[in-house]
Design a protein around this ligand. Sequence first.
Ligand code: NAI
Length: 277
Amino acid sequence: MGLLDGKVAVVTGAGGGLGRCYALALAEHGARLVVNDLGGAVDGTGSGSAMADSVVEEIRKAGGEAAANYDTVSTMEGGAAIVQTAVDAFGRLDIVVNNAGILRDKTLRKMDESMWDDVIAVHLKGAFAATQAAARRMVEQAEGGRIINTTSVSGLIGNFGQSNYGAAKCGIVGFTRVVALELQRYGITVNAIAPTAVTRMTEDIPSTPREFVPELVSPMVVFLASDLAKDVTGRVFGVHGPRICEYRYVMTPGVAKAEGLWTPEEISEKFADITRG
Ligand code: NAI
């Protein structure tokens, strides 16, 4: 018995890198897979079917069931078509891993509009488009579901030259927390992970340890996709190589002024107390 026997999973951007590893791991635990990938370069240019096809082939060779989808996640039609592929191939949908992503790094002053729009479209709108189509299907099925989104240290903490990517990835955290509240009553959990792994996206970044292979991230995705995590929702986990942690917001106790409005000078005077944890 696999943890995910009988389940149908979609992984977006599963033609390589982390998504490929997630798809293989989910299949290994019994899920039937839709392997979505647009098949382009790291910066989002180009497209093709070879990447998704090769992962479908790998899953089949290992004895699993998989179907390919080559639509972009960044349009409502694409999101709907990805979900439809699962329904057409396997009759249902239980798990979505929103993983597809691109990079167009530039400092704020040099970034042009298309760099901003394209990155927001793939990451943030892509998560919305696929999740909306999936949630509609899951609510109709009335058997719960699992949505796993992908954020990043860039959005949670910040990273030089990635205002577009960081904004999209932090937006995904807000999206995750709100949609988790909305879908809780249907038994659909919505969580986000911030991975760190060496892939084509990060191979040029010297601070990513070479031993952080993408396979290290997959067990957390399988856990969140399974019944073991049925009560885990609206949360953000870091999976940095072998280390798994949770990201939480911190609100300091703060200081309330007894009467009247604060003056800017009073705020300056009390600043250390206001920000003390
Ligand atoms: P990757 O470039 O190997 O994988 C991204 C995949 O998404 C590619 O296969 C690409 O073809 C696909 N894709 C791109 N645009 C698409 C679109 N519009 N529709 C469908 N598929 C599309 O990179 P990696 O590292 O595996 O990234 C996976 C996810 O993890 C991304 O969301 C990335 O931002 C995130 N991430 C990765 C980190 C890392 O350390 N590798 C760190 C933090 C976040």
